[in-house]
Design a protein around this ligand. Structure first.
Ligand SMILES: Cc1ncc(COP(=O)(O)O)c(C=O)c1O
Length: 380
């Protein structure tokens, strides 16, 4: 690979990670819920006001915990966007749920809330909004529908750290929120995740499910004198080594977010002219949402155009990548889907293209990427 190759992603290290890993090892307790896990938990509660948080080994695991917490049974129905990562829905399919996919909006991959109510049946148990690119779904509308129909809301906030809906932090609005710290995210620990629990009723059971169905967490806090098997569960808690890495990132979150927002704004300002000439569509940030600069994407006119643009960028040593493939058409779910067309989802699946976005992306690199895109569309 040539030295001037621009990757799609480059995990950013703040410089403190190895130091904290070493401290964690020296602490003598490197299993779950050690000193760095506690520091991370405190960080999330203090900075964002989450009532209860639990680090997990991934967002996938946080979603699986949510699925266990709401007692999904075979035949229950869950409403979710089709334009999402498999984990959003797989966690519920694992427990026998049927996924009822809802289309994206025309101007955003987020779920079209106007289409949710018609999909509710007596078997519906939950709505799963995904905050695509860290941009909020319309949570007031979703919460109102959920309240009216007595449904759970689980926010898939995998991409949505440090992002808000009408001043409320994402992950704090539904019954549960799930975050990812996979190395492609804004804040990383290689693999890693977080479950936020917003309803006190579930605080204790969430701890039990995360500790293999035992009440070990309460035992370690000295609240009970022996611990045992009290519920179902699995091993959802990460080693404190992972938490040590994550803490180094969290301490630098404002710097990381500032840099990513600068990059996002550069792209947006420089590509606006192409949108105005109707060549491409840029991300739409609704008034109710903030932008955490997780992804910068453009929407091309067709699959063919996107493929050609990817090739043009590759020829200039730039790695740009598409994103999800419609889950309702996936080899695993196509024959289980009810046959409804989801055209907006399919369009994002065919036409959305993500541009490189990472802390060390320079203005010079952005200029180069934009000039290749301009040349592709304007042929000059
Ligand atoms: C919307 C969404 N949900 C869930 C996940 C799963 O996250 P993890 O890799 O931490 O399990 C991802 C991963 O990228 C995602 O984009």
């Amino acid at each position: 690979m040539s030295a001037d190759y621009i990757n799609f992603n480059k995990p950013y290290l703040t410089g403190k990670e190895a130091h904290y890993l070493y401290q964690s090892v020296l602490s003598g307790k490197i299993s779950g819920d050690g000193i760095f896990t506690k520091k991370c938990h405190e960080f999330f509660k203090t900075k964002y006001g989450f009532k209860k948080v639990l680090l997990t080994t991934s967002c996938t695991d946080a979603l699986e915990m949510a699925s266990i917490l709401i007692n999904v049974k075979p035949g229950d129905e869950v409403i979710a966007p089709s334009y999402t990562f498999v984990s959003t829905v797989n966690a519920f399919v694992l427990r026998g749920a049927k996924i009822v996919f809802v289309d994206s909006m025309r101007d955003s991959p987020n779920m079209d809330v106007s289409k949710i109510e018609e999909l509710i049946t007596p078997k519906t148990i939950a709505i799963l909004p995904v905050h695509y690119a860290g941009i909020a779904s319309d949570m007031d509308a979703i919460m109102e529908i959920a309240k009216k129909n007595n449904l759970f809301v689980i926010e898939d906030a995998a991409q949505a750290i440090d992002s808000y809906y009408k001043g409320k932090v994402l992950g704090s609005i539904g019954d549960f929120g799930t975050f990812s710290f996979h190395e492609t995210k804004n804040i990383i620990s290689g693999e890693g995740g977080l479950l936020t629990i917003n309803n006190e009723k579930y605080f204790d059971r969430a701890e039990i499910i995360r500790e293999k169905g035992t009440n070990r967490s309460a035992f370690f806090r000295g609240e009970i004198d022996k611990y045992g098997w009290v519920d179902v569960g699995s091993s959802f808690l990460p080693s404190d080594i992972i938490a040590a890495f994550l803490y180094a990132q969290l301490e630098n979150i404002d710097d990381i977010q500032g840099k990513r927002k600068h990059i996002w704004k550069q792209y947006h300002a420089q590509l606006k002219a192409l949108e105005e000439k109707n060549y491409i569509q840029l991300p739409h940030i609704p008034e109710y949402a903030t932008n955490n600069a997780h992804i910068f994407y453009i929407v091309c006119k067709s699959l063919e155009e996107r493929t050609n643009l990817i090739l043009a960028l590759k020829a200039s040593n730039i790695d740009a990548v598409f994103h999800y493939l419609s889950l309702h058409k996936s080899p695993f779910y196509a024959d289980k889907h009810d046959g409804r067309q989801l055209p907006n989802c399919d369009r994002f699946s065919d036409c959305l293209l993500r541009l490189p976005l990472f802390y060390e992306l320079t203005d010079e690199m952005i200029n180069k990427i934009v000039s290749v895109i301009n040349k592709f569309y304007l042929k000059k």
